[in-house]
Design a protein around this ligand. Structure first.
Ligand code: ARG
Length: 460
């Protein structure tokens, strides 16, 4: 493209190197901002008319032209030339080609610096809403799964060592609440981003009396940014959302890890559906949990997106610098990756088969040792002493190669005289679980109450 076709070409005597044009262009990725850019321009044009910069006839031509550009550019397979640099220039360039020089009035009192900031905020608003919708879907899957398998017993782990038995419903709802906070966290980030940046201009504020409050209302923002330098300089609103997405991915990734482990031959607690597994090109017997491995893997990618942008922003002098054009690919990548991951994870969870018999059979009965110690403590033995006595009992059973459940009353009493006949009844998984009906605990009643709370959260 020759310099006279460039929207900023006046100052330049010679053409941009073709290499530089390609290097400088963001149109290859910021074309995703088309809808946001057009929406912003339509409102900016109306503000210009209200400010007396455009006549109503000019406003009408610009608005119609913008709609036509939207239609042309959103047609699939539309090719943009790198010389158009970015979506903002491409729109204005095409608009002017369509409606003539009046198209050149659109950029009055505006800079690409406040324009790109607006487009990104609008992208963020849509992106957050999409992710929140997917979060709700997955939470629905988890609540259904908790309800369907509420009383399935499985080992609960700390340090990946068996700790105490838990209910599957309790496990599924653990993720539900993590996602509930992710939903809230993303919503919170929007509260701070929810301000109109237009009017900030390049950095010092527009010299035209465009009504910022009017534009804010029209574009659905709750207010306007208070400082033009801050507005065009910062990308904290994107970083916050990407940090929230990183935390969300961390949550998914840990559950992926559990399910990957649980789908192994050694655990055999779950079997993923064929639809969410893949095979090996060499080993015919293999069925691999690739869906979950990819979600776990993309967690690193989303963290990378966050760190790419944090690193880009570090040390930039105020205000805008072209470095900031590098914000878009990580931003888009983070939002798109998380959307895909939420959908795939929900599909994998909803279709996996549980193996309740394997789960309950895997519970080591030493996992009931805490109940025995609590039993002694309730009978007045100081808990520390009770802990020791039961620890010795566990070692005794281990050395004898016998399960705790097989010990006689005499054997219990030889470790602590406070054991009575009713202690033997404690060595039962359902009984152990029923002791934990405390609010938030894994007892069956507590989990049913929790499920009702989860359903209420979904309905609100
Ligand atoms: N494509 C640019 C970006 O994404 C738009 C802003 C350019 N502003 C400028 N003063 N060169 O950041």
């Amino acid at each position: 493209m020759s310099e006279k076709d460039k929207l900023w070409g006046g100052r330049f005597g010679k053409a941009t190197a073709e290499l530089m044009e390609r290097f400088n262009a963001s149109i290859g990725f910021d074309r995703k901002l088309l809808e946001m850019d057009i929406a912003g321009s339509l409102v900016h044009a109306r503000a210009l008319e209200r400010a007396g910069v455009l006549t109503s006839e000019e406003l009408a031509r610009i608005s119609e032209g913008l709609e036509q550009v939207r239609a042309e550019f959103s047609a699939s397979g539309h090719a943009f030339s790198a010389g158009l640099e970015d979506i903002h220039m491409a729109v204005e360039h095409r608009l002017t080609a369509l409606i003539g020089p009046v198209g050149g009035k659109l950029h009055t009192g505006r800079s690409r610096n406040d324009q790109v900031n607006l487009d990104e905020r609008l992208y963020l608003r849509t992106g957050i809403a999409l992710i929140q919708g997917r979060l709700r879907q997955l939470q629905g899957v988890l609540a259904d799964s908790a309800e369907a398998h509420l009383e399935v017993i499985l080992p609960g782990y700390t340090h990946l060592q068996q700790a105490q038995p838990i209910l599957f419903g309790h496990y599924a709802l653990a993720l539900f609440w993590m996602l509930e906070r992710d939903h809230g966290r993303l919503g919170d980030t929007w509260k701070r981003a929810d301000l109109l940046p237009l009017g900030a201009g390049a950095l010092a504020g527009s010299a035209y009396p465009v009504d910022r409050q009017f534009m804010a209302r029209e574009l659905g923002f709750s207010g306007v940014t208070p400082n033009s330098l801050d507005t065009v300089s910062d990308r904290d609103f994107l970083l916050e959302a990407m940090a929230a997405l990183s935390i969300l991915m961390m949550h998914l990734s840990r559950f992926c890890e559990d399910l990957i482990l649980w789908s192994s031959q050694e655990f055999g607690f779950v079997e993923l559906a064929d639809a969410f597994s893949t095979g090996s090109s060499m080993m015919p017997q293999k069925k691999n949990p690739d869906s979950l491995e990819l979600v776990r893997g993309k967690t690193g990618r989303v963290y990378g997106d966050l760190f790419a942008l944090l690193t880009t922003m570090k040390g930039l002098p105020l205000t805008y610098a072209k470095d900031m054009q590098e914000d878009k690919e990580p931003l888009f990548d983070a939002f798109e990756s998380v959307q895909d991951c939420l959908e795939v994870f929900a599909g994998a969870w909803a279709t996996m088969q549980l193996r309740p018999a394997r789960m309950v059979a895997a519970v080591d009965d030493a996992a009931l040792a805490t109940d025995l110690a609590d039993y002694l403590a309730r009978r007045g033995v100081p808990f520390r002493e009770a802990h020791h006595a039961v620890g010795r009992l566990v070692r005794f059973a281990l050395e004898a190669g016998r399960p705790l459940r097989g010990l006689t009353l005499e054997e219990l009493r030889s470790h602590s005289p406070a054991f009575e006949k009713d202690a033997l009844g404690l060595l039962d998984l359902r009984h152990s679980l029923s002791l934990r009906n405390i609010e938030g605990g894994t007892g069956p009643q507590a989990v049913r109450d929790q499920l009702a709370q989860a359903r209420a959260a979904l309905a609100s």
